[in-house]
Write a protein that binds this ligand. Structure first.
Ligand SMILES: [Zn+2]
Length: 257
């Protein structure tokens, strides 16, 4: 008889406690699910953002390093020399820089700026060479080789002699459309020297470098060409100028060929 009321008290007292526990459990479970959803959403957004950053980085690097395939634009840092020809199937947009010379449109505005400031400094810069097609390069080469043959050289020696002054067809930087030869229109030696000094000091600010400097023939494979400037873009030109490098040294230091 004494046990009955105790059981009743225990049972009656326990029922609300159990219900309360269930209610609290349910209440706790609902916000947890919402929290979980939010966490998953944030995780998804973070993953998508990381993926976007990765894709942008790869595209950016590909443009700088010239990873682009054969039909893409030539990299601004492409090296064309006696061993490496200019890619034949590249896509290129050329623009006229004066009545007869064309250049890759990626450097046209900077070249115009350079010419304008050069005139502002008192010079009379004229372009003596810019973009050259493969057939124009071949023609130039053949004219020089023929002149050696007329002087008595056999075909093989004439070709070898011509190659010392003009790159073989397919192997000139001018075929990239990123190189320009500049002279002073006044055509006296002093004017040429002064213009070349101004260019050597200032061209980098417009993204151009003196491509074949004096004393670097062993690295570039070319004799000193004080008139020949190559567009590499503002950032590369600044570093090449500040560190006093050739394009070959710059590319092998910062990029693998
Ligand atoms: Zn040149």
């Amino acid at each position: 008889m004494k046990l009955f009321p105790m059981i009743c008290v225990y049972t009656i007292g326990r029922e609300p406690v159990r219900k309360e526990a269930l209610r609290m459990e349910h209440a706790a479970a609902t916000p947890e699910t919402e929290k979980e959803k939010r966490r998953k959403l944030i995780l998804l957004i973070a993953m998508l953002l990381s993926l976007a950053v990765l894709i942008i980085s790869i595209v950016f690097l590909a443009r700088i390093k010239g990873w682009a395939g054969g039909s893409e634009s030539t990299s601004l840092l492409s090296i064309v020399d006696s061993e490496t020809p200019a890619p034949e199937d590249r896509q290129q947009t050329l623009s006229f820089i004066d009545d007869e010379h064309m250049i890759d449109e990626r450097c046209a505005a900077d070249l115009e700026r350079l010419l304008r400031d050069c005139r502002g400094a008192g010079f009379e810069p004229v372009i003596t060479a810019a973009y050259r097609s493969a057939s124009e390069q071949r023609e130039l080469f053949n004219i020089l080789a023929d002149s050696y043959m007329e002087e008595g050289a056999d075909a093989e020696s004439a070709k070898r002699l011509a190659q010392k002054k003009i790159p073989l067809p397919g192997h000139s930087e001018h075929q990239l459309g990123l190189a320009v030869d500049l002279a002073d229109g006044r055509e006296d030696d002093q004017a040429q020297r002064e213009l070349q000094e101004w260019l050597a000091e200032n061209a980098w600010e417009y993204g151009f470098i003196l491509r074949y400097p004096e004393g670097r023939e062993r690295i570039t494979g070319h004799g000193f060409e004080p008139e020949h400037y190559r567009f590499v873009g503002a950032a590369a030109a600044k570093q090449i100028h500040e560190l006093d490098l050739t394009l070959e040294e710059y590319v092998s230091m910062f990029y693998s060929r």
